[in-house]
Design a protein around this ligand. Sequence first.
Ligand SMILES: [Zn+2]
Length: 414
Amino acid sequence: MDLFIRNAAEVVCISRTGARDKTGSNLAEPEAIQNAGIAIDHGRIAWVGPMAESQDHFQGATVIDATGKTVIPGLVDSHTHLVFAGSREMEFEARLQGKTYQQIAAAGGGIQATVNSVRQAALEDLKEQARRRLRELLAFGATTIEVKSGYGLSLEDELKCLRVIAALNREGPWELVPTFLGAHAVPAEYASNRAGYVRQLTTEMLPEVARLGLAEYCDVFCETGVFSLFESELILTRARELGMKLRVHADELTPLGGGELAARLGAASADHLLRVSARGIEALAEAGTVAILLPGTAFFLGEAYAPARRLIERGAIVALASDCNPGTCPTENLQILGTIACTQMKMLPAEVLSAFTLNAARSLGREDRMGSIEAGKQADLVICDVPNHRQLFYHFGVNHVWQVIKRGRVVHAA
Ligand SMILES: [Zn+2]
């Protein structure tokens, strides 16, 4: 045995029966063990159970004493835009003064402002900035992180962003999941030729990204004034033909029907969903498309929150993510997002943990390897300096992480 975590006040397993996801009332079941231990061998969980039954599982192992602490699965952040340059605090202030999105964009803000900064930035510079955000996410407990391109919006600049993600994934200790989001916005140079940009995406950018194997997923910002349902379907269908799996920015600002589209195309996830319709909820639940909710974005924009309770009641697979980005959610603190999910979306602490672990892993096709603390799974664990999982979100605004373990190795210590 390589590593043994002993005497944890609570180990929140999330699943103990090999579940692939958690829905309905099951989402609130932490499947926790009190006064527990975890044995790790060759980067995998070999045993988890009550200390009274630990027998000789710690023979020869390095021991971590977790007395008074809570162990949770490594958090999976399934939606980030953390490869960017520059910052948009002027826009933040303008929004506080009541300026609209259109006024902000006209004054040089919005996604296009970040696109301009990213196009000017060197790959090494982008990499260093993204690495700093990843370190921060890791310190808050994220061990696997989905990262989207989408601030390049030209073949060359999108490839630059995807190469940053690939390089940082090789570097570790985190595991990154790359998503191509060339359809994040129509870039300024195509403002009067939308069809031209969609053609550029489907005939040049997507085939080249696929050829280079730089993205596992393709995502589209399906929204009124961004990409229509028709354009989104065109782009997503092409991506699927090229072997990519799908994610959709859906029903964030208007109930356009992105949720229904994601379900119909068999997308892995539909994200945001602030304005998802009743039909959209049913479609997502039926298709098993993960509903990824981003409470930090609604909080930061002062918008109404996604209908988490209705999604859970209807049986949808609900996940949570940060949406870490410079415009609408500049944070890496997943714990405070959990508190927002509790107080504003009425999710219970155990539901928040299931949504940030197993269900998020499911949306990334990694639920067989991560997202729960069970024998055989990858040893991605977070030891938190709280005596039970409720305190993680109850005592808010501080970082409760004590140690982060990725593939059986301690990769961060407070
Ligand atoms: Zn997003």
